[in-house]
Design a binder for this molecule. Structure first.
Ligand SMILES: [Zn+2]
Length: 238
């Protein structure tokens, strides 16, 4: 089939544009299929659960601390009252009863103080856990946001590259002999469109052409375009 030298050059450019478009599409598919964002999103969710747990633990312990503080206050008030009563009573029997009560109140007070201390220690621990959980969650969410932003920007970049390639392709097709353009497209759809002849190798399928076939190809007029006998690509002689 006939193809002037300019068209032959355009065919090579067209094939390159189609290779670039194919790479562009597969790059985008790879980006969209990446599990990185899913993993980061799962991690952010897990850390969010951990944060809620830590917050609940702190809340529970703060309540417990408040309760034990109240109990202690009650016992202390009672002790103060009993001591006052002890000073004012004139009955030895009453005094004995009050002293007995003061002994058990002192024991109770000591128990409550121990409990309060233990709760405060535990509270310190879970508050540190809460701080760590807050920081971890914030870091994971920042990572996730960065990944999403990066993905969006990469996709935008690929989309504009694709638009550029398609515009160049359209421009090139418009300059091409229309019959040649149809043949090109048919071959491109089958997966092998154009190859440059380099030595005796077809640039499309990379297979060597036999000496007999090569002689026939090289004997063609310069504006006659050959086909690769192996892959049927249009063969451009450089
Ligand atoms: Zn070939």
């Amino acid at each position: 089939m006939r193809a002037n030298l300019q068209d032959q050059k355009s065919l090579l450019e067209l094939a390159q544009l189609d290779i670039d478009l194919g790479r562009n599409a597969s790059d985008k598919a790879k980006l969209l299929a990446s599990k990185e964002i899913e993993a980061a999103s799962d991690l952010a969710l897990t850390l969010s659960d951990q944060l809620i747990d830590a917050r609940n633990k702190v809340g529970d312990l703060e309540l417990e601390l408040k309760r034990s503080e109240n109990d202690l206050e009650l016992v202390e008030t009672r002790i103060a009252k009993d001591k006052e009563r002890l000073l004012t009573t004139s009955s030895p029997k009453d005094a004995q009863g009050i002293e007995h009560e003061l002994t058990s109140l002192a024991k109770r007070k000591s128990e409550l103080e121990d409990l309060e201390l233990a709760v405060m220690e535990e509270l310190d621990k879970v508050r540190s856990e809460l701080d760590a959980a807050t920081n971890n969650k914030a870091a994971a969410e920042a990572d996730l946001a960065n990944l999403r932003e990066q993905l969006a920007s990469n996709v935008t970049e690929l989309d504009s590259e694709r638009a550029r390639l398609l515009a160049s392709r359209e421009k090139l097709i418009a300059t091409l002999d229309s019959e040649l353009a149809v043949v090109y497209q048919r071959k491109a759809d089958r997966g092998s469109s154009v190859g440059r002849l380099i030595g005796r190798e077809c640039g499309a399928c990379r297979l060597s052409i036999t000496a007999t076939n090569l002689d026939e190809i090289l004997a063609l007029a310069p504006d006659e375009i050959a086909e690769c006998p192996n892959c049927q690509a249009l063969l451009v002689r450089s």
